[in-house]
Design a protein around this ligand. Sequence first.
Ligand code: ZN
Length: 264
Amino acid sequence: MTFAMIEVEQFGPVRRISHNRPEARNAESRQLLQELDEAVTEAVADDAVRVIVIAGKGDHFSAGHDLKEAQRERADFTVEQRWAFEEVHYYDYCLRIFNAPKPVIAQVQGACVAGAFMVANMCDIIIASEDAVFSDPVAHTLGAAAVEVLVHPWVLGHRKARELLYTGGRLSAAEAEKAGMVNHVVPRDQLEERTLALANKIAEAPPFALRLLKRSLNRSLEAQGFAIALAAHFDTHQLSHVSEAFKAARDKGLSTAIRKHGGD
Ligand code: ZN
């Protein structure tokens, strides 16, 4: 399979899948998300891959969903069309990363905003460089009830998650590490090397043991209601897409709205 918007590299037992639209701050277009999903599926099926890394080429992990494309192709979607599109591209694709039967590490530098925040937080571990910045400003910028996958309280704790979402603010790499959302913060020039070192360390364990271990760890979240809470939020998020505030943001131009706030 050849890809146009992502890059796939193999380092021994580690498969690195990178967002690769640096000229567009790695904005996640429909095609990019589809390619990312296919690359994750291939990595899962390939016995030579023991650990998966999800990364971004260039200065940023990703600025989130491609809102210029959304404005162009999906601004007039009906409820039914938007539901179907977002369920596949924003929800199912994300959950497949969470449910991948191999450890997945997010390697994050620069902006990790909104849709990209969900992708990074579906991973088992996050390694960030010192310049990484995390945010989900869409309540402020688009009138949407956060992004489609409300993973924030699970990875940040309720207090930090509420503040981040209510203010539309940003978390620095250091703040994200302090909150337990990020495992390690490293200098930008050591990000790839430190991520691969950790991936290789994990890859020393037998794959079946890792697979069962991840299954149990995921189930410990599911026993607390993780899957049902995420599914319920997806429905609520869809309701926010038909609100007057969202329509007003759409009429002004989605990408303009979010740029004004310093997001995408
Ligand atoms: Zn949405």
